[in-house]
Design a protein around this ligand. Structure first.
Ligand SMILES: O=P(O)(O)OC[C@@H](O)[C@H]1O[C@@H](OP(=O)(O)O)[C@@H](O)[C@@H](O)[C@@H]1O
Ligand SMILES: [Mg+2]
Ligand SMILES: [Zn+2]
Length: 181
């Protein structure tokens, strides 16, 4: 099974230091919707693992978050694709959960849902916590420069992190590698 796991804010949609608090603030990064659609049309299952501490902070509620994700699914469907499982951590930094990245709980939820191992699978993110979560479970960490990616890059990366400009570039690479086989 071809499974690609994505972080949400800063990878699929624009991020904000003020959090993404409404559907109106949820703006796709250029090329990201098309990238997800093309990958799914090529047989990839694309899943999402996202921290949403804004819920614990009271910035928005679960209904609003689900509305954002309905919008995301609608846009992907309009491009002829489909998006797989979206899992989120609703907790705050001090809640002591096991699902908030950099912990790997969200990635493990996705693996359990699909009944697959995580080793070697690409997890695409823009933050250090994404990289750490990937490394914790043997995923291939992939950093995009979009969102907080440039900031993350400037802090220095551990060995073995692949870097791409954005999700569109990640998709182009994966699809090209397949085409060459
Ligand atoms: O990138 P993903 O995981 O999809 O979502 C990140 C968001 O939940 C928010 O995470 C927050 O971090 P704290 O949760 O406050 O540490 C901040 O970085 C916000 O700017 C950001 O929008
Ligand atoms: Mg992010
Ligand atoms: Zn959590």
């Amino acid at each position: 099974m071809k499974l690609l796991i994505l972080d949400r804010d800063g990878v699929i949609n624009e991020d904000s230091d003020a959090y993404i608090k409404s559907v109106a603030e949820w703006i796709p990064i250029p090329g990201s919707i098309e990238a997800i659609a093309r990958l799914s049309q090529a047989g990839w299952t694309v899943a999402v693992a996202t921290n949403q501490s804004g819920l614990a902070r009271g910035y928005y509620d679960e209904a609003t978050l689900e509305a954002m994700h309905a919008r995301l699914r609608q846009l992907v469907a309009e491009q002829g694709g489909q998006l797989g499982l979206i899992v989120h951590c609703p907790h705050g930094p001090d809640d002591g959960c096991d699902c908030r990245k950099p912990l790997p709980g969200l990635l493990q939820q996705i693996a359990a849902h699909y009944g697959v191992e995580l080793a070697g699978r690409w997890f695409v993110g823009d933050s250090p916590g994404d990289i750490a979560a990937a490394r914790a479970v043997g995923c291939q960490p992939v950093l995009v420069r979009s969102g907080k990616g440039e900031r993350t890059l400037a802090k220095g990366l551990p060995d073995g992190v692949l870097v791409f400009d954005d999700l569109a570039a990640v998709a182009a690479h994966l699809l090209a590698v397949e085409a060459d086989r």
